[in-house]
Write a protein that binds this ligand. Structure first.
Ligand code: C2E
Ligand code: CA
Ligand code: CA
Ligand code: CA
Length: 277
């Protein structure tokens, strides 16, 4: 670093080096984290309107780092994808989430959510044998295939190839397929023709201002028409206020997810009826 007119000027490549060093360090720590059980899963309700019943839960991974504290998946998932550890981490996530729902079903019977929705990264999906791995997890945990959904991003399937093959194999098993963050990636309506999608998750960015008579509301309305017309299910993500819930319900959304109904926690209370819209 050099001092220019009293200001410390760092060469851009030095800043880049520091960033990639931090990235590499995080990557190495992920290995330790996996081996020493620093990950856990949390579950966020997806409620069905107008009953307010918890229809499904989305499984989200958490990393409790011994020194850094809670590290966001938005920070470490890209690192795990880059260094390949996502395959092992993703396998752990899938096993843990399936086992969790199998246990809830045994304990709670019909009060258990109907489905657990698990995020799957592009790398995991495109690896040969992914569908067979999922089948082995279902067999080992005793969870029916219809109780599992995988959430994949448009970007992951946009490339086509092995990821799309895997989705067809998963579909054949009876696993549901959800397109995550719909409308924010390489959106192509053509995807809905070639990929066996059941559910579209409408991104929070279309929900935030859905109560105002602006573009977001128009997009939210168009997306529910589209999914209804195609016989698909739409889930609105990131619902934080009763006003948003009311606006979405008025547009015809039946499945809502967001802090209004519950934050992701290790052990959600399914008996509690969430605030109705
Ligand atoms: P995502 O799949 O879009 O998950 C939704 C994110 O929005 C979660 O963040 C959730 O906690 C947050 N969220 C839910 N409701 C609200 C709300 O009302 N308001 C706001 N502001 N946020 C809300 P989280 O858990 O930090 O996860 C971030 C991302 O990391 C996820 O986005 C997903 O892409 C990735 N991720 C998380 N867990 C996993 C996993 O097990 N495997 C993979 N491959 N990716 C994961
Ligand atoms: Ca998701
Ligand atoms: Ca999402
Ligand atoms: Ca997201």
């Amino acid at each position: 670093a050099a001092k220019v007119a009293g200001v410390t000027v760092r060469r851009w490549d030095q800043a880049l080096d520091e960033r990639s060093t931090a990235f590499a360090r995080l990557g190495a720590e992920l290995r330790t984290a996996l081996d020493s059980g620093q990950f856990h899963m949390v579950y966020q309700p997806i409620v069905e309107m107008p009953s307010g019943r918890v229809h499904a839960v989305e499984a989200l991974v958490r990393w409790q780092h011994p020194v850094r504290g809670m590290v966001s998946p938005a920070e470490f998932i890209p690192v795990a994808e880059q260094n390949g550890l996502i395959v092992e981490l993703g396998a752990w996530v899938l096993r843990t989430a399936c086992l969790r729902l199998a246990t809830w079903r045994a304990e709670l019977g019909t009060d258990a959510p109907a489905r657990v929705s698990v995020n799957v990264s592009a790398k995991q999906l495109a690896r040969p044998g992914f569908a067979a791995f999922v089948a082995s997890v279902l067999a080992a945990t005793g969870l029916p295939a219809s109780c599992l959904a995988v959430e994949v991003t448009e970007t992951a399937v946009f490339e086509g190839g092995p990821a799309v093959t895997a989705l067809h194999e998963l579909k054949a098993l009876g696993v549901r397929i959800a397109l995550d963050d719909f409308g924010t990636g390489h959106s192509s309506l053509g995807l809905l023709q070639t990929v066996p999608v059941d559910t579209i998750k409408v991104d929070k960015s279309f929900v935030d201002d859905v109560t105002a008579a602006g573009r977001q509301a128009v997009i939210a309305e168009t997306l529910i028409r589209l999914t209804d017309g195609l016989g698909l299910v739409a889930v609105a993500e990131g619902v934080e206020t009763a006003e948003q819930a009311a606006a979405l319900t008025r547009l015809g959304y039946r499945y809502l997810q967001g802090y209004l109904y519950g934050r992701p926690v290790a052990d959600p209370d399914f008996a509690r009826v969430p605030a109705a819209a």
